[in-house]
Design a protein around this ligand. Sequence first.
Ligand code: PLP
Length: 407
Amino acid sequence: MITINEHYLKLQASYLFSDIAKRVNAFQQAHPEMEIIRLGIGDVTRALPPVCVEALHKATDEMAQDSTFRGYGPEQGYDFLRSAIAKNDFQSRGADIAPDEVFVSDGAKCDTGNIQEIFAADARIAIPDPVYPVYLDTNVMAGRTGQHNKGRYEGIVYLDGNADNGFIPELPAEPVDLIYLCFPNNPTGATITADQLKQWVDYAAANRAIILYDAAYEAFIRDDSLPHSIFEIEGARDVAIEFRSFSKTAGFTGTRCAYTVVPKSLTAFTASGEAHSVHSLWSRRHTTKFNGVSYPVQRAAEAVYSAAGKAQVAALIDGYMTNAGIIRDAMQELGYACVGGENSPYIWVATRSNSWEFFDMLLGKAGVVCTPGAGFGTCGEGFIRISAFNSRNNVTAAMARIRQALA
Ligand code: PLP
């Protein structure tokens, strides 16, 4: 008899986006004349930068000729892309990362989800709350938690984010082995300073722990003093793995390209204390289970680092960040405290009420869709996330409606 991985049965169905869709559909049916504006989504809305499209076309033409056709590429990514990443995203910021420490993939979702499998089944895991749900669910699937009880899984060390700590969790009170951090954060938009991040690096070094640092939104950082990479912090090469994505940076959510950086100096241990290279383990896992991102997509990602690419990406992000500023200013003027929106595309708004009630109120009175914070963890109750990923017209119209409805 074939039996299932029963840890899957512990997973809580995520009703967040289906519940939102149900409520939005019901509202639309009752008010067919109303044009609903969706500021709930975490997906980009603007087209790929023209340099990326040109690179895609050119690479597709190469695939059309026997003489330039390419079949399987290196699983870890082509050297042209790994070198461009190491040089532009790390070395240019003083972070000592070599091209062969970069593993190109088709998404930070897969990488942040898959990384846990190279660590022990009994590793103690610290996960922020509120959180991007992939970190938690993939550890549930792997059997690292007990049952779900009152909104939380037994066996996980939750790192609470709240208004008091500005959604930068404090160091865990008990020893942990694996720590998930995400800055700029989804859903809260919070950012971390170099000094704060150094405390985490020092904690990891002292506890022989590893930090899994999700920097999928680093391109939205405007404040020059903030670190874009954990590898800008001294000592991080020995304690951290970083995840990056072209999804939000360059509009690749539908094109798919991301990467994970695993320094060769990073070690983890056997139960008896023998040190092993994490780079070797991840390399083995990646090359066994993944067969590389398509050649045209890697050429499109490479184009992001050309002079024109950098200018086009900056303009794309500036557009979303102007939206973020409009949203943040409007909500603050209405008296709602906000986190995020200054160095991130998400604005996390304290609703002073239940987050679903506030969601219903914004939908009912203004026809605007946000995301209730409770969907991201128990600490998200009392907050909503508003996304800057939309057109300027929609954002301006949404804020005008909210002002009218709530003033
Ligand atoms: N990490 C965070 C924090 C995200 O918010 C997202 C997407 O929303 C991802 C990773 C996934 O990125 P990708 O599109 O590269 O899979």
